[in-house]
Design a protein around this ligand. Structure first.
Ligand SMILES: Cc1cc2nc3c(=O)[nH]c(=O)nc-3n(C[C@H](O)[C@H](O)[C@H](O)COP(=O)(O)OP(=O)(O)OC[C@H]3O[C@@H](n4cnc5c(N)ncnc54)[C@H](O)[C@@H]3O)c2cc1C
Length: 468
């Protein structure tokens, strides 16, 4: 802020006010939980720099259907996303995928993706023998990880089960979530349950089998989505939280004061000063690091070390096209394609209807940012041509197509991530009413982000209660 520009101050004196910075699902889940804890009188402000809420969740109308340009599914195997959807009145809109399974595109063929694995790591090498040469290496009888230790997914799988399991199964699976480099992804951050099991087992397959032991009772679906689009979860969460949403409001400075926090937000020529008793930072790592630079340099350093990968998505709608009865496919980087995965959305999600076939194709891995520089037409043409190559036939002209770019959208948790974030949280201190949350720190998936936002709200509410 220029010293010459007086900042406008907003707020009602005497009421507890919490400022949530970032209007993605993390910030909104935090706002929702804050409302539950703090009651109707608290002021909960959500400052969002974009002109819409949702961040990486964005539903658009495409070929007459609500189609996701970013995230498309909720992990239903853990409770947070489904419970939030129910809590904000969307229980009846929760829908589940069909029984169609994804394929592995290898050597120009669509093969069944083997069953019985955890993120591509088999519980028995024989389970994946059809697509990868896997043989468990001899072990030394000691647990693979010491308590609290970490290693990269690449180093773990390559040393225990060999290159093909890593390159053909694990890398494409993790690539679908992180678009990352398996040699730079932390086992503890991306597969925390496996990391815990590795502290007890000398064999990787034993650790995998311990985790994937089938639960008793009926099998529950692993994924879900919202009929009408995931953006409904965004708007319903925001409405239920009764937060004061400020769109187009970039928070640029964060300062600690004797009573709490003061932020400078809004456009540089017309800044707004917002005072708050507490702050929840629910933004990606880079803006979080900038905001924390003067508040707590150690926390800022931990956040600025989180790298991000970029992806582009092309969506196509076809009137008549014969797609395989699969939910889509993944393909290893060794196949040399730009397309790394495709979802046959209308096969995967019955609620989208089958009259029109909708296919979403994702492109880009860590280090392939230059891809995003191509214009839409070039990206769509590449995606369509390669889609045809994967399917073994030339595809007709689509009825509609669109390209969406997500630059720097997917955080990469390097080995040691969890320990660095824990240290950052400790440095931020028990006596300061500030919390960090979201995909930058606690997990990329929507369910993990919701859990992270809720935990931040629990922490802040408790601190505010203790202050009274
Ligand atoms: C292409 C793609 C597909 C995905 N698919 C899935 C999927 O199918 N299932 C799944 O579970 N997850 C998926 N994910 C991951 C998931 O969508 C995200 O990790 C999650 O939505 C992140 O939520 P968030 O609130 O932590 O962050 P974001 O969604 O990034 O929200 C942060 C918000 O902060 C705002 N902001 C940033 N700086 C400031 C500032 N200074 N002041 C104010 N506001 C600011 C941003 O504009 C943004 O709206 C996908 C992600 C991408 C990119």
């Amino acid at each position: 802020m220029s010293p010459m520009t007086p900042a406008r101050v907003t707020g009602t004196p005497g009421r507890t006010r919490v400022l949530v910075i970032g209007g993605g699902i993390t910030g909104l889940a935090a706002a929702h939980r804050l409302r539950e804890h703090l009651g109707p009188d608290a002021e909960i402000i959500v400052a969002e720099q974009a002109m819409r809420l949702g961040g990486k969740i964005h539903t658009v109308e495409f070929a007459g259907r609500p189609v996701e340009t970013g995230a498309e599914s909720l992990l239903a195997a853990r409770p947070e996303a489904i419970e939030l959807a129910r809590a904000v009145g969307l229980g009846d809109a929760i829908v589940y995928p069909s029984a169609a399974k994804p394929a592995l595109s290898l050597g120009g063929e669509l093969l069944d993706f083997p069953a019985g694995h955890m993120m591509g790591i088999p519980g028995d090498p024989a389970d994946v023998a059809a697509v990868a040469n896997a043989k468990e290496r001899p072990d030394n009888g000691l647990p693979i990880l010491e308590p609290g230790a970490d290693m990269s997914v690449g180093a773990l799988v390559r040393s225990r089960l060999g290159d093909e399991v890593l390159d053909r199964l694990v890398a494409p699976m993790l690539g679908g979530v992180y678009a990352g480099d398996v040699d730079r992804l932390s086992v503890r951050a991306v597969m925390p349950q496996l990391a815990a099991a590795l502290e007890r087992h000398a064999r990787l397959t034993d650790a995998v089998n311990e985790i994937k032991r089938p639960p008793s009772g009926p099998r529950k679906p692993v994924f879900a989505t919202i009929d009408g689009g995931l953006e409904l979860l965004v708007t319903a969460t925001s409405a239920t939280a009764r937060a004061e949403v400020r769109l187009g409001m970039t928070v640029r400075e964060l300062r600690q004061t004797p009573y709490g926090w003061e932020v400078i937000a809004g456009p540089v020529p017309d800044p707004i000063k917002i005072k708050a008793d507490a702050v929840i930072l629910a933004v990606p790592a880079s803006p979080a690091a900038v905001l924390l630079r003067d508040v707590e340099p150690q926390a800022a350093a931990a956040l600025s070390g989180v790298a991000y990968a970029s992806v582009a998505l092309a969506a196509f709608a076809f009137d008549h096209v014969d797609l395989p009865e699969r939910s889509g496919f993944l393909t290893p980087a060794s196949e040399g394609k730009t397309v790394k995965a495709a979802t046959f959305a209308s096969k995967k999600w019955p609620h989208l209807g089958r009259r029109r076939q909708i296919v979403r194709v994702s492109m880009g891995r860590l280090g392939e940012e230059a891809l995003l520089q191509y214009d839409d037409a070039t990206l769509a043409k590449t995606a369509l041509r390669e889609l045809g190559e994967h399917l073994g036939r030339r595809l007709p002209e689509p009825l509609e197509q669109r390209v969406d770019r997500w630059g720097g959208a997917l955080p990469q948790y390097a080995p040691g991530h969890d320990a660095r974030i824990a240290a950052a949280r400790e440095a931020l201190g028990a006596n300061r009413n500030i919390a960090i949350a979201g995909a930058a720190v606690d997990g990329v998936g929507i369910a993990a982000c919701i859990a992270s936002g809720q935990r931040a709200a629990d922490t802040i509410s408790m601190k505010l209660a203790n202050r009274r």
